[in-house]
Design a binder for this molecule. Structure first.
Ligand SMILES: O=C(O)CCC(=O)C(=O)O
Ligand SMILES: [Fe+2]
Length: 347
């Protein structure tokens, strides 16, 4: 198709996607339009998404304790240590680390992210993992922080830092994942050292303050052509100096012992801390993301039992098929049946 014709065909889709989580300034010329953003498009999407999230969260508040709610509202994350009784946790860790399952790996810079889906066969084999993700803490916090009564997509995730001779892991730069509130959750199965790729988060950066809004507006005018690829795709990066200018504190590093749960709103600025040596972090990990412009909290067919656990295998297969049919290469490469702590398969 010639370019103008293609644009005419795509224009209605670009317009409709303004009401979805679509976030790429580079790929959607409306989201990326300097003129529309000077008129306040990006700002309006932010304001609407955050107001609706607050409205949904208020209705999900009974799912979390008053202390956890206060901690989240202040910081943008909740940290819970010793979430399982020691003996129960030890057994869970041993069983998870010994369990071979279909794994995928993705390379980013010198780091490999490995994921094993918590699909039906996995959860049937390791019922203690099902108990954790169905338990009141994981269930309640992921819903409140994510602002939806939605089952997160969950995995056993292994971060293998510094396993390749390549530029540093791009996740080590402070960033917001997207323009609206969204949840990620970790239950660390290994102790996390401060210099071994620990998660870090800037306390209070989940708030859409007037300073943040002004910063977002400025960046939205140039994001489509930004030199940083992640920023141009809508995951805005920020420097340490930028944090200070927004009146935000230094990031807090989660160098926490195993059996600690962290649940965070990744609209807040966060990163993976640097690793000074090859290191391995293993966790139960989940994320939730949905159309931020929905006024209701529930009604999510993808959260239904049977469907929720099938999402990842279906997604991985769809990515494989797209690649096979000449489309984009899937970043999630098949790593075979392995345990979460196996050495990296991809190099
Ligand atoms: O794994 C981490 O420590 C954080 C990586 C990150 O930025 C993310 O998962 O959004
Ligand atoms: Fe992130």
């Amino acid at each position: 198709m010639s370019l103008p014709l293609k644009n005419i065909v795509l224009a209605p889709l670009w317009a409709l996607s303004l009401l979805t989580p679509a976030k790429s300034f580079r790929d959607n010329p409306l989201i990326g339009s300097a003129r529309l953003n000077a008129w306040g498009l990006h700002e309006r999407r932010l304001r609407a998404a955050h107001a609706l999230a607050a409205w949904r969260r208020a209705r999900l508040a009974p799912l979390v304790s008053p202390e956890d709610r206060a901690a989240f509202d202040r910081d943008g994350f909740v940290v819970k240590r010793d979430v399982l009784p020691a003996a129960v946790f030890e057994r869970l860790r041993e069983r998870v680390l010994a369990h071979r399952a279909p794994a995928r790996e993705m390379v980013q810079g010198d780091t490999i992210t490995r994921r094993i889906a918590l699909d039906r066969p996995f959860l049937d084999a390791l019922t203690e993992v099902r108990e954790v993700i169905a338990g009141p803490l994981w269930h309640g916090l992921t819903r409140y922080v994510g602002s939806f009564d939605q089952e997160p997509v969950s995995y056993v995730q292994t971060i293998l830092s510094q396993v390749r001779a390549a530029p540093p892991d791009p996740q080590t730069h402070l960033h917001a994942d997207t323009f609206h509130p969204t949840v990620k959750a970790w239950l660390f199965l290994t102790d996390v050292q401060a210099d071994a790729g620990a998660f870090c988060y800037v306390p209070g950066s989940h708030r859409l303050s007037p300073e943040r809004l002004a910063w977002e507006r400025e960046l939205s005018l140039v994001a489509a052509r930004h030199a940083d690829r992640y920023t141009s795709r809508g995951s805005f990066r920020i420097t340490r100096d930028g944090l200070a200018a927004l009146g935000l504190p230094e990031p807090r590093l989660f160098d926490v012992p195993a059996n600690t749960m962290v649940v965070a709103d990744t609209f807040g600025f966060h990163a993976r801390g640097p690793a000074v040596r090859p290191s391995v972090r293993i966790e139960l990990w989940g994320y939730g993301r949905r159309n931020p412009f929905l006024p209701w909290t529930g009604l999510d067919p993808l959260s239904w039992p049977g469907i929720a656990e099938a999402r990842t295998p279906v997604y991985w297969r769809a990515m494989d098929l797209r690649e096979r049919w000449g489309g984009k290469r899937s970043p999630w490469r098949d790593a075979g049946h392995i345990t979460p702590d196996a050495p990296p398969v991809l190099r």
